[in-house]
Design a protein around this ligand. Sequence first.
Ligand code: GLA
Length: 698
Amino acid sequence: MIETGNTGRTWLLTGASSSYALRLTEQDELVHLHWGPRISLAAAEALAAAPELPFRAFESHLDGREEYPVEGGPRFVRPALSVRTPEVRGTEWAFAAASVDGDELRIGFTDSVHRLALTLHYRMRDDSDVVERWATVAHAGADGPPLELLRADAAAWSLPARDGWRLSRLHGRWAAESRLARAELTHGESVISSRRGHTGHQYLPWVALDADGAATEESGEVYGCALGWSGSWRISVQRLPDGLVQITGGAGYDDSGLLRLAPGESYTTPVFAGLWSGQGFGGASRAWHAWQLAHVIPDAHKPRPVLYNSWEATGFDISLDQQRALAERAAAMGVELFVVDDAWFGQRTSDRAGLGDWTANPDRFPGGLKPLADEVHGLGMQFGIWVEPEMVNADSDLYRAHPDWVQHFPGRARTEYRNQLVLNLARPDVQEYLWEQLDTLLSGTPVDYVKWDFNRCFTDAGWPGEEYPQKLWIEHVDALYALIDRLRAAHPSVAFESCSGGGGRIDLGILSRTDQVWTSDNTDPLDRLAIQEGFGHIHPARVMAAWVTDSPNHQLNGRVSSLRFRFVSAMAGVLGVGGDLTEWSEEELAEARSWVDLYKEIRPVVQYGALYRLREPRGGLSAVQYVHGEETVVLMWLEAQRYGERPPALRLRGLDPAATYTCLDTGTVHHGSALLHQGLHTELQGDLDARVLRLRRG
Ligand code: GLA
């Protein structure tokens, strides 16, 4: 709901349990009033009427208080917007108009010198506490020189005055993504970003702040911000000299030039979403999850199937017979989607060749992929394939025909990573080539699922012959989005997974057009617990793919673990299997079948339930709980038992203390009050033990 104050210059947005308020001053400054628990319009107007700050030389009365600080005038914070022409740098705004359209508020400004129009967008839905913010910047002149956008963030968020703040972030690297780290927010600027052309393994584009480090999993105020952009990006959290905190975020990693706008052209930023929760980090996660399931993830109401992926089993050495053998075992195990990962196309017998040539390798699949797809369908499974469309190997027909289609600088080396180069997707001819190749592929083969990979960062982001080559950082991502959108529209039954060497492209932008993401190339079930814990702070289990692979884990660390531990770890997300099933014994295959059966039973609770992180995976006992309607599922893991001590009792959350809950395996009836207060003993012991507990109310 959006309310407008009497003067027409104060606005109050109200969601499920919180409010957001802002006002326009007589000088057309757009200042922040409130972000937190629900308030009334009268309270917002009273805040708007508060006296101005006293004037002090060397201080800005705007810093830390503006909704969208720009470069120019009495401001010294990092600007959200920076614009220049050869003569004038920065902007000076006049209010133009405000409008409310359903749950969206738009506030427009103009700069008469630049002939620039700026619109700030706010959306808060009735069923959520997430505020979606973005901006559009347009060159409104009919003629004249282009305007250079050095930077255009999506939004700036202001936090209320508190004594201090703690900053949480999700950091990582390849095979070690989304690990939670928390530290006091010191004065100055804390920046997380990607300079790599994709979202990156190094940070999920998310931060959370709690006042004085006082929030816990289930109590206290938490502010969160998350960016929906799959290219380079930056989120900057500034603690200003007077202690106020401002958070800006948007596309691009610095302020050195994003785009040029010719007369009539405009740029729309990605969405930078913000969330206030009064219920701790757990409450914040659940609110993020509910919003993504309701408003971001496509077809979120369709549960994700159990998949088999051949990558760890067969690598680059694949054949029809071998895939068939895997498919038969996967089907017998209850797998619902069989994915051929890599090496099925072009001359792709190693990572040295083939990327760019998206037709089946004729030696390996003489009749194309259709015979295998038909067999997989005959076994009762969906059929999926792996692609990496934005890349090309130098050893490929595509590169031999079009060496100028890759990002490069004239006269400079073309850096290869994994023996591959990045196609310049900003070029319309490259876009059209990829569309034709992929549309033909999906039209000629009955494919149900596409795993879309991206296995290297940008390094030589040049575009010879183009006047403003750096626009490719933005336009690559725009073209990627447009290509996926077009493929989805033309092939609506095909589901997409976003992958980038594991979790290198996970953000709200890609999640608004893909059905799930590959969380990490790290399939070690113990490491995964921490990776999955971090992931769950922002994204729901419904999109978090997790595979059971071989033991010892030959991808990474040689760790030996039981099938039980591997399954219960992977059952915390979208379950998949990725081991070499031809090497699994009959007993292992049978045990796996029973785990897959169990997962199908608990799937609605895991994929759609409210998540409670009961104990963090930091050695010893850890557990997560999902509550969905009458059903509760607890997944618990014991890393190592010490001194023969019994692991601590596990206290559950989110239950009704007055209700009883029946264990679906033993029939034991538990009182909600006891589960919440005393907890229950897990019966876990030794090293790497795990268990699934299912409770039904009543
Ligand atoms: C990336 C992915 C893996 C696999 C390989 C194939 O590393 O993350 O899951 O698809 O590429 O080359």
